[in-house]
Write a protein that binds this ligand. Structure first.
Ligand SMILES: [Zn+2]
Ligand SMILES: [Zn+2]
Ligand SMILES: [Zn+2]
Length: 645
């Protein structure tokens, strides 16, 4: 005879609840399961009405059931929540790509927004590549650390109020056992709480905290929810495996063991003498960390430096290794390729430009002249002239800034000059300023004279905006600071006096800016050639639109629009001294920035030159020289066209 449902609904029971042993019908099981989650939510006050909640969706059973139950309860009890899905693509072929299809199905079924963030985009490494580098032994450490931060970043990106994860009762009981066995009391407290909140990070909640894994599987089965049911193909966490096996044995003897362990964990009082880590933020990436440099950044640094085991050891060891690394950095050579450029005579260049610039300016005067002393007013350069062993350096590039900054991309002029092998070296141009020195991202106006290891003169500036009211600042970089970051377009010479090209233009009648007019003029005058110029120009009269970068964006910048929202734009006034480079055509495979000038002033304005905004009154006065060589330094492996204006 069929057993009746325990709740007297009149239907026949078709299952036995693992948690209580009750025989129930399908409907009453759904009700019981959902109501328990509802109680977890209301009792723990997990959500505020009107807030947005991201569900960490992996495509596995827990998050699939969590998404379904949250959607159901949100409607049934009118929580007033906006629910979105957040997935992390670890880059594990054959595992994550399949499970993400499941998440996409959830997105379509439930009509929820879905955001997928990949390790590849965030860190430049997929788990496949990490495993190839370090083997299968410690890869869970990387994956866990990166995943935790990736979820924080994703939640920030979606601007959600909280993040719901699918941790179930079994997971939590296992974690309690593990922390007890390891004596990790600080973690023991954190893992038992139903919601965790710490400054600077988005609160995480666990609505399935009291739901048994067996019941989650049962719920998914009877609801016919589709989920992806393979364990990660890379070695599962062995220690957790033991805790899991132990818990399953206990559960067999006594099903309430899981709940009992959670209650024990919750009731345990932690002695005040137990030191709990102080939560601050990482000095590298700005995300939550109890150390100066967070675990994710440490692991990443290790990977990028070819020392992947770096972050796995003890903190003190890691610190020592990091210090060793930062001094070692100086001696590490930058990846470097070079080529000869086409070198028309200054007279040929003069003739081409004298003709072509007429399309853009009313008054054009181009001459070959003896270089005036550029160390004097109005140019204030570090060297007198533009002559001797001339070359262009294109270093790094926007892919190190966008979509997210790569903070390990900090360079040193001394190392650069060592590899350039020009003595002395006068370097001038556009770069990203030394953010470690100024404490935030900034535009660099490079203008340095370097002679071996012993002589370094900086006439460089940075352009930045102040915190808060975003006021413009143009600050000098001292001789003691020899670094810059992310990217640079530099004109290099020995700073010798000699013949140069003088370009004087007034009153703009065409659409092009000064530099674009010169560059396209060269391209037209020397077809199929690679002609590079570098030097300085003065915006003598008028004003120019220039941008200044804000501090590094915490959310990825993927579109031109997002980029323009992040940059600050300014109408800056003459006199402005600009330094930089241009090249008539893209050299194949060099992934060049074809023109790039940054300018500084003595009136606290500095930035990246776009174009003048005063065509009627504008006047430019430039001194340029032809570059003989082109050096491409630390070219990004993956590139994009964003941010090259
Ligand atoms: Zn029933
Ligand atoms: Zn960090
Ligand atoms: Zn720039």
């Amino acid at each position: 005879m069929p057993v009746k449902c325990r709740s007297n609904c009149g239907r026949n029971a078709i299952l036995k609840r693992p948690k209580t042993g009750d025989s129930l019908c399908k409907e009453c099981f759904f009700w019981a399961f959902e109501t328990e989650v509802h109680h977890t939510i209301t009792k723990g006050q997990l959500f505020k009405r009107g807030s947005t909640v991201a569900i960490a969706a992996s495509g596995g059973k827990d998050s699939t059931v969590l998404a379904h139950v949250l959607k159901t309860l949100n409607e049934k009890y009118d929580y007033g929540l906006r629910l979105v899905l957040l997935s992390i693509d670890e880059g594990i072929t054959g595992y994550r790509d399949d499970s993400l299809d499941t998440v996409k199905q959830n997105r379509d079924d439930y009509g929820m927004e879905l955001k997928i963030l990949s390790y590849e985009d965030l860190y430049g490494w997929t788990m496949d590549k990490i495993v190839a580098q370090i083997g299968k032994r410690n890869n869970c450490t990387f994956c866990g650390v990166f995943r935790r931060q990736a979820l924080d970043r994703g939640a920030a990106l979606l601007s959600v109020d909280s993040l719901a994860t699918g941790h179930n009762a079994d997971d939590i009981a296992e974690t309690i056992l593990m922390n007890i066995m390891r004596g990790d009391v600080a973690r023991l407290q954190r893992c038992t709480s139903v919601s965790s909140e710490s400054e600077g990070s988005i609160p995480r909640v666990k609505p399935l905290k009291y739901s048994y894994e067996k019941e989650i599987v049962m719920y998914a089965y009877f609801k016919r929810l589709v989920y992806f049911s393979t364990e990660c193909i890379y070695a599962p966490n062995a220690y957790r495996g033991h805790a899991r096996a132990f818990l399953k044995d206990l559960e067999k003897i006594r099903p309430t063991a899981i709940m009992d362990i959670i209650h024990s964990g919750e009731q345990m009082m932690v002695n005040d003498t137990v030191s709990k880590p102080i939560r601050g933020t990482c000095t590298q990436c700005g995300f939550v960390s109890s150390q100066d440099i967070c675990k994710a950044c440490t692991l990443l640094e290790g990977l990028n430096k070819g020392l992947p085991k770096l972050g796995i050891g003890k903190t003190s060891k890691v610190k020592k290794a990091l210090i060793a690394l930062s001094t070692e950095k100086m001696s590490t050579a930058y990846p470097w390729i070079s080529t000869n450029l086409d070198t028309p005579s200054l007279a040929e260049v003069r003739d081409v430009l004298a003709r072509d610039l007429k399309k853009t300016f009313d008054y054009v005067d181009v001459q070959v002249v003896d270089c005036p002393d550029l160390t004097e007013e109005p140019f204030f350069l570090a060297g007198k002239g533009l002559g001797g062993e001339t070359s262009l350096i294109d270093l790094g590039g926007p892919p190190y800034l966008l979509p997210l900054v790569k903070r390990d991309k900090v360079y040193d002029f001394k190392q650069l000059v060592k590899q350039l092998k020009v003595t002395p070296s006068l370097l001038m141009g556009a770069c990203a300023g030394p953010w470690p020195y100024f404490g935030k991202n900034c535009e660099g106006v490079c203008n340095v004279l370097v002679d071996g290891d012993n002589y370094f003169k900086s006439c460089s500036y940075v352009g930045k905006v102040t915190d808060g009211d975003e006021k413009l600042e143009c600050l000098p970089i001292p001789d003691s600071e020899t670094r810059f970051a992310l990217m640079a377009n530099l004109y290099c010479s020995q700073g010798k006096p000699g013949k140069v090209l003088k370009v004087n233009c007034k009153k703009r009648t065409g659409k092009k800016d000064f530099i674009t007019a010169i560059r396209t003029g060269l391209a037209a005058g020397f077809p199929n050639k690679y002609v590079g110029l570098g030097g300085a120009f003065l915006l003598k009269e008028g004003r120019a639109k220039q941008h200044v970068m804000r501090d590094f964006s915490k959310t990825p910048i993927n579109t031109e629009e997002e980029l323009n929202n992040w940059l600050t734009f300014h109408d800056m006034s003459a006199p402005l001294v600009a330094v930089g480079t241009l090249i008539s055509n893209e050299v194949p495979d060099f992934d060049l920035r074809v023109q790039h000038f940054h300018s500084f002033s003595k009136h606290n304005e500095a930035g990246h030159y776009h174009y003048d905004t005063t065509p009627e009154t504008v006047e430019y006065l430039g001194y340029f020289n032809v570059a003989e060589r082109l050096h491409r330094v630390d070219k990004p492996k993956q590139t994009h066209q964003l941010g090259r204006d």
